[in-house]
Design a protein around this ligand. Structure first.
Ligand code: ADP
Ligand code: MG
Length: 474
């Protein structure tokens, strides 16, 4: 029997707002436990949620960037369950009427262009966090009420590799438009993977297991691969896959059952009576569509079409917004596309510690890299010398022209200075000077040699030659 896997992903992405989704409390990561908590996050009786307008804007931007239909009318609903990290006893989410439906993520696996449709994007609040220490359990509500979007895919992926490529592209898009910082270690971007298997050719879906809270691309891939193999083994041994929620153990590389369908919650969703329907004017949505920054796919296409870069180069240079912005700022200095692209890909990316986040840990900026490439393009320094200058920029930072001058790496091109050296040589050798004046061109080499000696080889040869010829005619 040939088996095929079916995978659908649910991604929770934290919206990059300063404050929480229903209150003015800070949404920043990393505070002392329970320092970002007010009456609303703590679920005190009598308080009312007030929707964060910026969170709505970011959710709309995500929907627009992913080609969703953004609904002018949506509704918040209560998802009821009891858990210590959820003091209200319900999570405010969206259910029947999410803010976005449809859309897709386009990505590439090897040479194959693929896409996966989205079911929906809805807004919701995050829950707090339980911390278990020995016999004690502690609750930290800092995260309670942090704004999230949940992006739900159709069950259309069939390998772990596709799932990872989908997630990378999705994360990249959200980061480009500033909707989510994509920090997986801090939980700003996390994934639940739904996995089932079926005989190749069968139309209906098999029974799925949902693997919760995967927070790295590598774990997603390992968990899915393990789960596919586990389900195939089960069926081939004559057992059935049960619908359940599972967790991935990073150390053993296995998934294990967390709760089965029998313990599944009945969430008793109903519209939240504390919040009116969310209404966004269609005109506003259109305006936001026009204001959207350039998306990575559009950038890739533009780099290939307008700049003549290969698909591979375009992909490397658009791998994050930080890299693309660095490349574009360096190119603006006026060096060649090929030169700036190669220096960015080979040298800069080798030095950058976090090409994903920002290149701010480098001691030089994009304009300085651009100036260095321009020096090479203009023939002022050789590639080999440029590498030397670059090494100094990496180490101590600074302007390539200044470094080149300080280290004597740039040819002397100051016309006044060169003329003075030439004059000295002419004055010191009156016989030869006279012979040159009367047309004995072989002496040009002699005077070139004199000037080179005086400048310790730094004089620009072409310019020196031209100046000598000019000066003997004067
Ligand atoms: P729930 O909200 O209970 O997790 P949904 O029906 O909303 O259930 O599905 C959640 C995710 O599971 C979606 O991404 C969907 O594509 C995926 N999914 C649903 N059925 C299957 C299946 N049989 N195999 C793999 N993925 C599935
Ligand atoms: Mg689910």
């Amino acid at each position: 029997m040939q088996w095929e896997a079916v995978i659908g992903l649910e991604v929770h992405a934290q919206l990059q707002t300063a404050t929480k989704i229903f209150s003015s409390q800070s949404a920043a990561f990393g505070a002392e436990p329970n320092h970002h908590v007010n009456e609303v996050c703590a679920g005190m009786p009598g308080v009312l949620p007030v929707l964060n307008g910026h969170a709505v804007e970011l959710a709309v931007m995500a929907g627009l960037a992913l080609g969703c239909e953004v609904h002018p009318w949506s509704q918040f609903a209560r998802k009821n369950y009891f858990y210590p990290d959820l003091p209200k006893g319900y999570q405010i989410s969206q259910y029947k009427h999410p803010i976005c439906t449809g859309g897709h993520v386009a990505f590439r696996v090897g040479d194959e262009e693929m896409r996966c449709e989205l079911t929906r994007i809805h807004m919701e609040e995050d829950a707090g966090k339980n911390i278990h220490r020995g016999r004690h359990s502690l609750v930290d509500l800092n995260r309670a009420g942090v704004p999230l979007i949940e992006i739900v895919s159709e069950p259309q992926l069939s390998t772990a590799e596709q799932a990872a490529a989908y997630l990378k592209e999705l994360r990249n898009v959200l980061r480009y438009i500033g909707v989510c910082d994509g920090n997986m270690e801090q939980g700003s971007f996390r994934c639940d993977a739904n996995v089932s298997v079926r005989p190749v050719g069968q139309k209906t879906l098999g029974t799925r297991a949902e693997i919760k809270n995967l927070n790295s691309f590598r774990f997603v891939q390992r968990a899915i691969d393990y789960e596919i193999a586990r389900q195939i083994d089960l069926i081939e041994d004559g057992h059935e896959v049960v619908q359940e929620t599972r967790l991935f153990n990073v150390d053993s590389g296995r998934t294990f059952s967390m709760r089965s369908k029998e313990d599944a919650h009945d969430y008793r969703y109903f519209p939240d009576p504390d919040l009116p329907p969310l209404i966004i004017e269609a005109q506003r949505i259109e305006q936001m569509r026009q204001d959207l920054p350039e998306l990575p796919a559009d950038k890739r296409a533009r780099y290939q079409k307008d700049l003549g870069l290969s698909l591979y180069d375009a992909e490397v240079l658009t791998q994050s917004r930080a890299v693309a912005e660095f490349f574009e700022a360096a190119l603006a200095i006026g060096g060649s596309v090929k030169g700036v692209a190669n220096w960015t890909m080979n040298e800069v990316l080798r030095e950058a510690q976090h090409p994903d986040d920002n290149l701010g840990d480098l001691k030089f900026d994009a304009a300085q890299l651009g100036a260095l490439v321009k020096m090479v393009d203009d023939g002022e320094v050789t590639g080999k010398i440029a590498k030397k200058i670059f090494a100094a920029m990496v180490k101590d930072g600074g302007d390539p022209v200044a470094i080149a001058d300080a280290q004597g790496l740039r040819p002397l091109r100051d016309e006044g200075k060169l003329r003075a050296f030439i004059q000295e040589a002419l004055d010191a050798n009156p016989g030869q000077a006279q012979a040159l004046r009367s047309g004995k061109m072989a002496l040009l080499g002699f005077f070139m040699g004199q000037v080179m000696k005086k400048t310790r080889g730094k004089a620009d040869p072409k310019m020196t030659q031209r100046l000598i010829q000019e000066m003997v005619k004067e």
